[in-house]
Every structure is written in structure tokens, then in C-alpha cells.
Design a protein around this ligand. Structure first.
Ligand SMILES: NC(=O)c1ccc[n+]([C@@H]2O[C@H](COP(=O)([O-])OP(=O)(O)OC[C@H]3O[C@@H](n4cnc5c(N)ncnc54)[C@H](O)[C@@H]3O)[C@@H](O)[C@H]2O)c1
Length: 397
């Protein structure tokens, strides 16, 4: 049974985890190798709590209770007394393992060790201790006090009891735990990283602007039912077709490297006639026509929408996309987050302001999503009610 918690590393994540544990009623010791980091952490927690008070979500007395459960202590021995130790130090295996080895020697054998790492194998840390059965991943998301998801990562040696204790702990924090295997990226980053990289590659190929690569609303408006111009040019070259002549007959002028079909190209016969290739030799061209020409109509039907297919993403359209995403029990993603904002019509007017990556750069910046609302504002934002209702209706709340 977990009654006390220690958090190692009092940076961005450590502070958030400690605040959340203390808010859930756990006595929480925070340890950092840099004493100044502890002062900063206390200030950060106090700032965050003040915002909750400002918004009326905590009383002053509740804030003081949370603070009274927190102990910022530069002595590792104090942290070693907790039932659960959550590590959120710098993402460096050698640094983390040195810490784990020291703690393994002083913490009681029953203590559960958990790492908040985003990218290191849990098993590589568990192996540095004599308690691989009581070693688990607890992957929180920033900002921890507001983000509901926690990935509980089971490594090869993690016991069932430890996983169960980690699940129970996450639920006590009012979080939503999901089970993940100890594989690179766990679940969320496994989905998110290729998604972001695909976006970057597509931007590099000039398929669309950075902004247009992200929200489904932009996909619907700019990409659905279009053909990649460069791709089509390559196809023409491979078949020795005159690209200029053929595209003039089949498509509207290219926009952002995408070409939309001319309205009169509305059947395979008309398409083949303009292409000048008999059906039996037009295999890949026919595939292209079939997969793109009526893509909007097909997607509209998939969403269960009837009536006229709107070329612009209406709130009803985005709402249905969200419902579909929820029905498929997909985990939280930046994409979904942006879709929520699109539904509420609060996406910024300046497309560059809402991007999740910066053009031409591959680095930590790409992880940042510039939201038009601060996360504190988002937590109390009226649009959340719609999302909560939607989650309830689709069984996720
Ligand atoms: N930033 C995110 O969005 C995010 C999300 C999920 C998980 N994570 C993971 O959380 C961990 C921490 O990330 P962060 O963003 O909070 O980093 P951070 O740089 O804000 O904080 C790291 C803290 O660890 C301290 N530290 C370094 N070595 C130490 C040691 N030997 N003993 C004690 N403290 C030590 C540093 O002084 C610093 O205060 C990393 O493993 C990271 O992968 C980060």
C-alpha cells in the first residue's frame, strides 16, 4: 500500500508530479542534486496552485494543505523512506542508473521504483537494481496537474503486483492509466513521433505547409480528394505521358503542390478518355483516380454524415471526426487536441502560431505545440464541457 511518495528531480516534470501527488493526499518528498532547483520547484508549485485558487478550483486552505504535504529535501536518504519513488531527472541513462544504484542500497526492499523516462528502456534501469520486479515506468504528460493520461510501463521483470500498485496509484491521482509495453515511445510517442516526422517529411517534399499538415480540418480543406502534383509528374514521366497536357485536362491548377480534380472528370471512362490510356494498361492511374476522386464523399459517408458534402470543415464535421476517434479508443494526441480547438473555433487566425513543429528543423522544438489558449485557461474553458459530454457519450469519461 502506497502512502508516501518521493520524486527525484525537481524540474518541469518532477515539480508537476510532486504537486499532483501532494494534491491527492500523499506525503511527498522532492529531491534534486541541485539545491537551487528545489527552491525553483517550490516556487513553480506555488505559482501553479495560486492559479487553481484564482480560478476557484482550490480554496486557500486546500492550497496550504497541498503545500504542507510537500517536503523539498536535498538529502537522498529522506527520499529513500517513501513507499514509491518516482524518478524524473535528466534524460541520461548513466545519471539515472547511478541514482537508482544508490537508492537500491538504502531503500527498503518493498519500495517501488518508477521512472518517468520518455525514451529510455525501463528494463535498462531495472537491471541496475536488485528489484527488477518492483521497477515500473510511470510516464506522465506535461503539464502533469492538468494532463489526465499516465502510461504504466511494464518491463520484462516487472511483477503483476507492481503494475497493479502503479495503476491504483495513478487512479488515486485521478489520472487515467493505460498499460504499455517497454518498447520505444511506449504508446503515445510511438504514435506521435512518426506522425510528426511524416509531417516534417511532407513539408520538406513541399506537399503542404507545416500548418496544413496538422489538423484534420486543414486536411479536409486542402488535401482530401487531391493528388500530389510531384507524384503525378513522376507517374507521367514513367509512362512517357506529356505531364503538362494531361494535367491541364484532368486537374485544377496546383495549390501548395496539390491538384484537385476538375469537376467534369467524374467517372473512370471520362478519366481514361482524357488520359488516353486503355483501362487494361491504366492500373496505377486508375488506383489513383479511385482513391482520390471521391475521397470526400467516402469520408463523409464514413463519418455517418448525410446531405451535401461541405468543402469547408464545419463544426459538425470536426465533431464527427472526434466521435470517430473516440469510438476507436485512440489515446490523446496533439492531433486530437488541435481538433478540439478547431471544433471550438479558437484556432488562431495566424496559421504559423498553431504549428506543432517549426519549418526546416528537427529537434526538441518539434515537440512544442503552440496553443492559442494557455493550459490553465484550457482547463476552465467552456469548450471543455462539449468535450466532456462527448467523452461521456462515447464511454471514455
Ligand atoms: N518535458 C516533458 O514534456 C516530459 C514528458 C514526459 C517525461 N519526461 C521525462 O521526465 C524526465 C525529466 O524531464 P524534465 O523535462 O522534467 O527535465 P528538467 O530538466 O526540467 O528537470 C530535470 C531535473 O533533474 C535534476 N537532476 C539531474 N541529475 C540529477 C541527479 N543525479 N539527482 C537528482 N536530480 C537530478 C536537474 O537538476 C533538474 O532539476 C526525463 O526523463 C524526461 O524524459 C519529460
Amino acid at each position: 500500500m502506497i502512502t508516501s511518495v518521493a520524486v527525484l528531480g525537481s524540474g518541469l516534470m518532477g515539480s508537476g508530479i510532486a504537486q499532483t501527488a501532494a494534491a491527492a493526499g500523499f506525503r511527498t518528498v522532492v529531491y534534486d542534486v541541485v539545491p537551487l532547483a528545489l527552491d525553483k520547484s517550490l516556487a513553480a508549485v506555488a505559482r501553479s496552485l495560486a492559479k487553481f485558487v484564482e480560478k476557484g478550483q482550490y480554496t486557500v486552505a486546500q492550497r496550504d494543505e497541498v503545500l504542507s504535504r510537500l517536503e523539498f529535501n536535498p538529502n537522498l536518504a529522506a527520499a529513500a523512506k517513501a513507499d514509491l519513488i518516482i524518478e524524473a531527472v535528466t534524460e541520461d541513462l548513466a545519471v539515472k542508473n547511478e541514482l537508482w544504484r544508490s537508492l537500491d542500497g538504502i531503500a527498503p526492499p518493498s519500495t517501488i521504483f518508477a521512472s518517468n523516462t520518455s525514451s529510455l528502456p525501463i528494463a535498462a534501469m531495472a537491471a541496475a537494481t536488485r528489484r527488477p520486479d518492483r521497477f515500473v515506468g510511470l510516464h506522465f504528460f506535461n503539464p502533469v496537474p492538468l494532463m489526465p493520461l499516465v502510461e504504466v510501463v511494464r518491463a520484462v521483470g516487472t511483477s503483476r503486483e507492481t503494475v497493479e500498485a502503479a495503476f491504483a496509484f495513478a487512479r488515486q491521482l485521478s489520472k487515467e492509466p493505460v498499460a504499455a509495453r517497454d518498447t520505444p515511445g511506449f504508446i503515445v510517442n510511438l504514435l506521435l513521433v512518426p506522425y510528426i516526422l511524416d509531417g516534417i517529411r511532407a513539408v520538406e517534399r513541399g506537399v503542404a505547409s507545416t500548418h496544413d499538415m496538422t489538423p484534420v480540418a486543414a486536411w479536409w480543406k486542402n488535401e482530401a480528394a487531391t493528388v500530389d502534383d510531384y507524384f503525378f509528374q513522376l507517374k507521367c514521366a514513367a509512362r512517357r505521358l506529356d505531364y503538362e497536357t494531361v494535367t491541364a485536362k484532368l486537374f485544377e491548377p496546383a495549390v501548395n503542390g496539390r491538384r484537385r480534380w476538375r469537376p467534369e472528370i467524374d467517372s473512370e471512362e471520362v478519366f481514361l478518355w482524357h488520359l488516353g490510356i486503355p483501362a487494361e494498361r491504366a492500373g496505377d492511374f486508375l488506383d489513383l483516380f479511385r482513391s482520390t476522386r471521391f475521397e470526400r464523399e467516402a469520408f463523409w459517408k464514413f463519418l455517418g454524415l448525410s446531405g451535401r458534402v461541405y468543402p469547408k470543415p464545419t463544426p459538425r464535421f470536426v465533431q464527427r471526426v472526434l466521435e470517430k476517434a473516440n469510438e476507436s479508443a485512440s489515446v490523446f494526441s496533439v492531433q486530437l487536441f488541435q481538433d478540439w480547438l478547431a471544433t471550438a473555433g479558437v484556432m488562431s487566425k495566424d496559421p504559423a502560431a498553431d504549428r506543432i513543429n517549426l519549418p526546416g528543423t528537427i529537434g526538441p522544438q518539434n515537440w512544442s505545440y503552440v496553443s492559442p489558449l494557455s493550459l490553465e485557461e484550457l482547463a476552465t474553458w467552456p469548450g471543455n464541457r462539449g468535450i466532456l459530454e462527448l467523452n461521456k457519450r462515447t464511454g471514455r469519461a
